[in-house]
Design a protein around this ligand. Structure first.
Ligand SMILES: [Zn+2]
Length: 216
């Protein structure tokens, strides 16, 4: 198997085609074995070889595509009021790894989570009140509101919808997966312009077709 391919993830959707989560090839194969895959979309991603039939003498082959629609629970993902879990990794990606005060781009290790209205002033630890900030800007702002510290936000923080959140969680997103996710972004999503400009985002990868023996 291509050493990079085994880290490629499959995008799982609901039966109606709403993006839900990322699966590795073993989790995707498991859903096939359980009969829970309704139909594949996107490009062929993995070719898994199974056992040899005693009747036909042929080896079974399972092709796993980059996007699979599945039956089963949608859980709380799409219910009204759902808010994605806030983490620094997804927050930094939401903001393009830019400090939203000085506009410089940093590696994650040099970034921090800034509460626009500080917790000590009644601010909340929620998507709409947090931005990515470099440590220097965060220290300078300290327990102040931006205007009190003479600092200006370069973008308005927002809560991603579930498709945007799945995008933020993705690590190696293929071109067809990205197009699928983008179709579910809100029209007003700042990711549209950012992805179109390809600024700060690596170009989507083309799907490698990987082959290995099935081990599930
Ligand atoms: Zn900064």
């Amino acid at each position: 198997m291509n050493p990079f391919a085994q880290h490629q993830h499959v995008l799982r959707t609901s039966a109606s085609g709403l993006p839900l989560e990322w699966l590795d090839y073993q989790q995707a194969a498991h859903l096939y074995h359980l009969g829970k895959v309704l139909y594949p979309c996107g490009s062929p991603l993995f070719r898994l070889h199974g056992g040899i039939s005693a009747i036909t003498g042929r080896q079974s082959v399972l092709i796993i595509h980059s996007i699979i629609a599945t039956m089963g629970e949608v859980s709380e993902h799409l219910t009204a009021g759902y808010v994605p879990l806030l983490s620094n990794r997804t927050l930094f990606k939401r903001d393009g790894h830019l400090c939203l005060y000085c506009g410089e781009r940093f590696l994650s290790a040099r970034l921090s989570r800034d509460h626009v209205r500080p917790i000590s002033r009644g601010g909340t630890n929620t998507w709409n009140n947090v931005v990515t900030a470099c440590r220097r800007c965060n220290n300078r702002k300290a327990g102040h509101l931006p205007e009190e510290a003479g600092m200006q936000l370069l973008a308005i923080p927002f809560t991603p919808n579930h498709a945007e959140y799945v995008y933020l969680q993705g690590r190696r997103i293929l071109a067809d997966q990205m197009a699928f996710l983008r179709a579910h972004f809100p029209r007003s999503s700042p990711f549209h312009a950012r992805l179109s400009a390809d600024e700060g985002f690596p170009p989507p990868r083309q799907a490698p077709l990987a082959t290995r023996a099935a081990d599930c």
